[in-house]
Design a protein around this ligand. Structure first.
Ligand SMILES: Nc1nc2c(c(=O)[nH]1)N[C@H]1C(S)=C(S)[C@@H](COP(=O)(O)O)O[C@H]1N2
Ligand SMILES: [Mo]
Length: 301
């Protein structure tokens, strides 16, 4: 099992084994243990995939419910109520219902995954996530035949969400994946970063991470998971369909209508750092290209 996704990080980098091994470090036993994986043995020798610092990952965010500035989420998300946390699972599932977070993920394997994270705005980070494969959660609730997509919804707490009160986007924030994308072993439901519980500004208590897609697909603070037949709405796709496709796979060859996607700025690199090339599928081409066979990748989806 631990060897299925050894190429989680690119082979172009000389990657210490500790970076690409999916260390199954922790069985989530209860809410107190969520996301608390040990970091023992993580090497920090590799430059190309050197994880960003905790400070960088938690102070430069997009979470429009808490404002549109990069520093707004860290400043404003402190009031997000994450306990208790209920996730509604509905649609084409064997076991629909309102799950406590612990009922939904308790006992499932929490892994550490060091992934590149590429925002459509052309900045990027490397994040050491802790989380559970979405497939494990979907298998627990029982996906029925006929379910072709998974839809996700973020919490709405207007009293503590200044961006919701200001209606900077239609809320709740919603996103979706095709079922094969959702079941892919790289697709993670993150509950931690650096072995600590995921901070509110990064999407506490549980958020999606789809490392080969632009960051906006990785929806935060999830309260609903629906198994559906038709392609579900996705917030940025609905807001500006000519700029943000439903699929939104990272692709350096297809520019955003207003800027190039060929390169990116690694957050924390300093003011004069050189931009780095953006990789096809954000570096996960070997793992995920097969999902898109027959689709014209030069087209804007
Ligand atoms: N609910 C919600 N999820 C969201 C967003 C948002 O505004 N609201 N922003 C998205 C965008 S554009 C990005 S780049 C990532 C940022 O994740 P990070 O702040 O953990 O880096 O979250 C995504 N998920
Ligand atoms: Mo983004």
């Amino acid at each position: 099992m631990a060897h299925r996704w050894r190429n989680t990080l690119t082979t172009a980098d000389v990657t210490p084994e500790a970076y690409w091994l999916n260390r199954r470090q922790l069985i989530a036993g209860g809410a107190s243990g969520l996301g608390l994986a040990a970091l023992g043995g993580a090497a920090h020798a590799n430059t190309g995939l050197e994880p960003n610092t905790w400070e960088e990952i938690t102070s430069y965010n997009n979470y429009y419910e808490f404002g549109t500035g990069k520093e707004d989420p860290a400043r404003n998300a402190g009031g997000l109520r994450t306990e208790p946390w209920t996730i509604t699972v509905d649609g084409l599932v064997d076991n629909p219902g309102e799950y406590s977070l612990d009922d939904l993920i308790g006992g499932l394997t929490v892994e550490e995954r060091i992934y590149r994270f590429r925002c459509v705005e052309a900045w990027s980070m490397v994040v050491p996530w802790n989380g559970i494969e979405l497939a494990d959660i979907l298998n627990r609730v029982g996906v029925q035949a006929g379910a072709r997509y998974v839809a996700f919804e973020t919490a709405v707490q207007p009293d503590v969400m200044i961006g919701v009160r200001r209606r900077v986007l239609p809320f709740p924030y919603v996103e979706g994946l095709r079922i094969d994308e959702a079941m892919h072993p790289l697709t993670l439901m993150a509950t931690g970063i650096y072995g600590r519980p995921i901070p509110n500004q990064n999407g506490a208590p549980i958020r999606l991470v789809v490392p080969w897609k632009y960051g906006f697909k990785s929806i935060k603070s999830i309260v609903r998971i629906s198994l559906v037949t038709d392609e579900p709405p996705a917030s940025w796709n609905r807001a500006a369909p000519q700029e943000y496709g439903f699929y939104s796979n990272v692709n350096p060859n297809v520019d955003h209508p207003r800027w190039s996607q060929a390169t990116e700025r690694r957050v924390g690199g300093g003011l004069f750092a050189k931009r780095i090339p953006t990789l096809m599928f954000n570096g996960y081409e070997d793992e995920v290209a097969g999902l898109y066979e027959g689709m014209d990748l030069s087209r804007y989806y």
